[in-house]
Design a binder for this molecule. Structure first.
Ligand code: CP
Length: 323
């Protein structure tokens, strides 16, 4: 059976056996995880700690991370599971030249679920094709970051009580920022969304993503943040992804394109909130941290219940994969 056939696009509940791309999620799949994350927040610790009892989760990070890896590891421990893996590929046999496919085929013997981040776009998809154990994509190059998207949606729903009808601006590196790619796709499931894409010419949202989402929402592309600020409920700021630039001169040209300070709040609605997947470099000044608009730290904290919800759901999945 292919993953598509198991995706639950037309069914109720959550039928995915891997979390590779947000494009595989139906609206029901998204709502299932958001609801389950809410349950996780309310569940007593003793009950939660039975969910992954005697289970092992492989956490393989081939790229740096603070939030995603540590929130996954915290979620696994909260659910009573054990963590194996590495935070740095230089201490694994990848350093000796072992392929990622071989690494996955080893870890699947040790672990019940594999969480992986890799710099190669499509690495998680390939792992999901070869592994009988559920794979969770914790970010693949500039491609996708589906678990970040689920926690972003959870954060919007918690803050605004709904996702339908939201006016959201995405600002910064919309070319290489995998979080905005995944979030833009996920927003196609919701009604009345207005999406404002704010980036310099060289960092615009890729055309293939615009083409995928343009029928589902109103999109405005601009380089001028000031002119759209009064329209926004949420401004989703992103880091300029230095590590993905081929030419350092190109990075220097755009690195300070949009720096948010307190003055933006003079032009925004009362409900206006700033989100950011973090880490930030200089794109949000620290003076905003103490204002009601700063949602980014609460957003990062929401990674725990959302990742608990994903792990608790995937541990129940049997995955009929043909090798
Ligand atoms: N948001 C996010 O993916 O952060 P990390 O790179 O620290 O995991």
């Amino acid at each position: 059976l292919s993953q598509k056939k198991l995706s639950g696009k037309d069914g109720a509940g959550f039928l995915l056996t891997d979390v590779v791309s947000i494009s595989d999620f139906s609206k029901q799949d998204i709502e299932f995880i958001l609801e389950k994350a809410g349950e996780m927040e309310k569940m007593k610790p003793a009950k939660k700690a039975k969910i992954l009892e005697n289970r092992v989760v492989g956490v393989l990070f081939f790229e740096p991370s603070t939030r995603t890896r540590i929130s996954f590891e915290t979620a696994i421990q909260n659910l009573g599971g054990h963590v194996v893996g590495f935070a740095d590929p230089n201490i694994s046999s990848a350093k000796k030249g072992e392929t990622t496919s071989d690494t996955i085929q080893i870890i699947e013997n040790y672990a019940d679920i594999i969480v992986m981040r890799h710099w190669i776009e499509g690495a998680a998809k390939r792992a999901a094709e070869i592994s009988p154990k559920p794979i969770i994509n914790a970010g693949d190059g500039a491609n996708q970051h589906p678990t970040q998207t689920l926690l972003d949606l959870y954060t919007i729903k918690k803050e605004f009580g709904k996702i339908d009808g939201i006016s959201i601006g995405m600002v910064g590196d919309l070319k290489y920022g995998r979080t905005v790619h995944s979030l833009a796709k996920a927003l196609t499931h919701f009604k009345g969304v207005k999406l404002y894409l704010v980036a310099p010419e060289s960092l615009k949202m890729p055309k293939y993503i615009i083409n995928e989402i343009k029928e589902s929402m109103q999109i405005v592309e601009t380089e001028e943040l000031e002119e759209i600020l009064p329209e926004l409920d949420v401004l989703y700021s992103t880091r300029i992804q230095k590590e993905r630039f081929g030419d350092p001169v190109e990075y220097e040209k755009v690195k300070d394109s949009y720096i948010l300070g307190k003055e933006i709040l003079e032009h925004t609605k009362k409900v206006f909130r700033i989100m950011h997947p973090l880490p930030r470099i200089n794109e949000i000044k620290h003076e905003l941290d103490e204002t009601p608009a700063a949602l980014y730290f609460k957003q990062a904290a929401n990674g725990i219940p959302v990742r608990e919800a994903l792990l608790a759901t995937l541990i129940k999945k049997q995955k009929p994969v043909k090798k």
